[in-house]
Design a protein around this ligand. Structure first.
Ligand code: B12
Length: 271
């Protein structure tokens, strides 16, 4: 097996469902898209997006000498069914199980170490979400799928229920063909929602998600608190109780204040 094949097999053994490789080349069009997105102020209060733009456009600023990016995807679609009785809130799927930064991050570290051991002259760095990496664009280039109209990566096989991560490496790996756009004329996601964070409305309507198979990953299973959160109980939660209740969940990243704001809106909208 070639080095690329061994790395891909290792990724699948680690529990990723999708893996592909892209060569790091500078894409002027993509860099311009990011610059325009920022110039229009689409990043809102996410000032860090503007501060890290150069790194997002040039991965070599993250890892000097970088040649390839191994993009991976992990299916987080569980069969957990939230109940919609009044008084219950709805937390987006990506935040219902254990914090995906941990779940993917630990395995990406193993994948980076594997590469290092297999190609001792190379250097590798794992990333998931918080790094200055254009994860969707690299995943598309690595053939994991395409960027849908809701702006997330869609895979013909797994739908868009894939969390993304990657290993940047100086090793010379064989690239995959980029993913072709299979959205066609469908606009269900755009009609469902104009890109709001914290729900799954634009993903729930995607035809590719209806045929996706749920994950076997136990870490992503919802807890009673994240599946059927009681809005009154959440509204009474102190900052310390919030920290403790969500210590293993990505909900923690929204902060106590942020969750309280969402809970207040949800209670106001409740029938
Ligand atoms: C900032 C951010 C957000 C912001 C902004 C969303 C956005 N549209 O970018 C907010 C807070 C709103 C958000 C929400 C969500 N997010 Co978010 N987010 C990110 C983050 C940290 C950066 C994304 C980014 O760089 N945006 C800036 C814009 C300009 O980049 P872009 O949309 O990728 O577009 C660039 C390229 O893709 C390309 N491009 C754009 N359109 C097209 C079209 C074509 C045809 C081509 C070829 C290229 C192309 O050009 C652009 C400029 O370079 C990434 C993690 C990461 N490091 O990448 C996660 C990430 C995108 N988020 C993720 C998730 C799961 C979500 C939510 C579903 C969570 C939820 N349930 O609420 C929602 C989805 C909302 C939505 N419809 O986008 C996942 C998406 C996984 C996937 N399958 O795509 C990521 C990859 C995190 C991860 N590690 O898995 N997110």
């Amino acid at each position: 097996m070639t080095l690329t094949e061994r790395v891909k097999r290792k990724a699948l053994d680690l529990g990723f469902q999708a893996v592909g490789v892209s060569r790091v080349t500078y894409d002027r069009q993509e860099a311009a898209r990011l610059a325009e997105w920022l110039a229009r102020g689409y990043h809102g209060e996410m000032g860090w997006m503007a501060r890290t733009a150069k790194k997002r456009q040039h991965p070599a600023l993250l890892l000097p000498g970088v040649r390839a990016i191994v993009s991976v995807g992990m299916n987080y679609d569980t069969e957990d069914q939230p109940d919609d009785r009044p008084g219950h809130g709805r937390i987006a799927r990506y935040a219902r199980g254990e914090d995906y930064h941990q779940v993917l991050g630990e395995r990406l570290k193993v994948l980076a170490s594997f590469l290092q051991a297999e190609a001792p002259d190379s250097r590798s760095r794992p990333y998931v979400d918080t790094g200055a990496v254009m994860e969707k664009a690299w995943a598309q280039r690595a053939g994991l799928g395409w960027i849908g109209k809701h702006s997330n990566l869609v895979s013909a096989r797994h739908g868009s229920w894939l969390l993304l991560g990657e290993v940047l490496t100086t090793a010379d790996l064989d690239p995959d063909e980029p993913g072709a756009d299979l959205c066609g004329t469908c606009t269900l996601c755009i009609r469902a929602c104009p890109t709001v964070f914290g729900c799954d409305d634009c993903l729930d309507v995607c035809p590719y998600n209806h045929q996706a198979t749920p994950t076997a990953e136990p870490a992503f299973r919802a807890t009673p608190l994240t599946l059927n959160p009681d809005l009154d109980a959440l509204a009474r939660q102190s900052a310390a109780e919030f920290q403790s209740a969500f210590r293993h969940s990505a909900v923690r990243r929204t902060t106590h204040e942020g969750l309280q704001r969402s809970v207040a809106v949800a209670r106001k909208n409740a029938p």
